[in-house]
Structures are given as structure tokens and as C-alpha cells.
Design a protein around this ligand. Sequence first.
Ligand code: URA
Length: 237
Amino acid sequence: MRLDKYVALVLGVTRNQARQLIKMKEITVEFKSFPRNDDTIDEVRDVVYYKGRKLEYLKNVYIMLNKPKGYLSATIDKKDPTVLDLVLEYQKYNLAMVGRLDKDTEGLFILTSDGALAHRLTSPNKNVFKKYYVEVEGVWNREDILKFNEGLEIEDGNNKRFLTKPAILEMVASNKAYISISEGKYHQIKKMCLKVGKKVTYLKRVAIGELQLDANLSAGEYRLLTDEEIEILKANK
Ligand code: URA
């Protein structure tokens, strides 16, 4: 890749700004005394510095965000802040979202520059279980476990009735539970709970397949996935 293109990409500046930085000798390249804009560099092996700071080239980024309430799962919105507003330093990567969460839902949210993977993971015939921690108005009973397992008839986002695939309801208190579903229809958990007479008062996604939300991330915090987690995510496809 050309040096000016590389600098623009990594620093999130325009190609012209990158050329200025190279001209002003703010960019240095190991083993090259006079780096030029059109020098070809190997993004993995060559070491490039900006004002003496080593630049990191990430081919693809995979971000785990603990989505807080109040943020939309969208790239842009006129009224509300979006999940992209929370990861400003990675905006230059043209991030795609792996699935969606309602504005008032919290928890595990994945953003990645690997658009092909995001697309594969969100395709409707994926059977990956998404696990949610749910609090409701009402009291869970044993019949609810059976009903969730047998499937509930609800409406999808287009007012079409459909039977949900078997879901797992694990009660943890009279009004608290973990619910795992392998689909992602509009407001699915809320609709399933309403169908058994319970209104969701708090909803948080805690896992996507084997990938768990990092308990050290507070709402609004994020970090890059580890190599091992990226493998887990890719194995879900
Ligand atoms: N089900 C819902 O009802 N809302 C979400 O955000 C995710 C699943």
C-alpha cells in the first residue's frame, strides 16, 4: 500500500493531510531515511511512526460494546445518538453492526469492519442462540418454561404471525430470568414475554453463541475482541 494511503487510513486523515505530514517529516519509516508519499510499504512488516509514536495497522476491527440504554442500533439518526457515537475512534473503519438491539436494551453489541462476517452472522437462517437477562412485571411460572420451549405465536415486524423457534427460559427469581432465542425478530423477547402476560422492564443481551459480554465493561464501554473471541464469533457463522 502507498505510504500516504496508509497514513490517511490509520490516522483517519485525508490523503492531502497525510502528504503534508510526510512532507513535514512527522512520519518516519524504519530503515528509510527519506520516506516519500508513493513509497510502497508492507502494512504488517514495516514500522511507521507519527511524531515518534508507532502506528498500528488493524486489517479488520472487531469491537465488543456494552450498549447503554438510549442509543440506537443505527449508523446515523437525526434525533437520537447511535452506537457509532460511542466508538468514535473507530468510525474511520466503516463499521457494520452484527444484529440490532432496541433503544432501551443494553448489553453485548458487536461492531466490525468485516462486513462479510457481519452479513453472514445476521442472516435469518443462522441458528446462533442469543442470551438475554430479562426483568418483567409479573411472576414467572413453570408453564412459561414449556410455552417458551414449544414456541409462541407472535407478530414479526411486518404484522405477520409466526411461531417462534424453541426458546430457553431459565428463571433466576420470581420476576427475573435468562431467555435464549435463536431468531432476531423485531422486539421478539418483549413480544414473547407479553404473550405469557409479562411486560419487560429491563433487557440486556449477555451472550451471542459462545461469546459472552465482558463483565468488566460498564454500559457505554467497549474494547477490541481478543483473537480467541474473533475465532468464536467466526465459528458461529
Ligand atoms: N428482543 C427485544 O424485544 N428487544 C431487543 O432489543 C432484543 C431482543
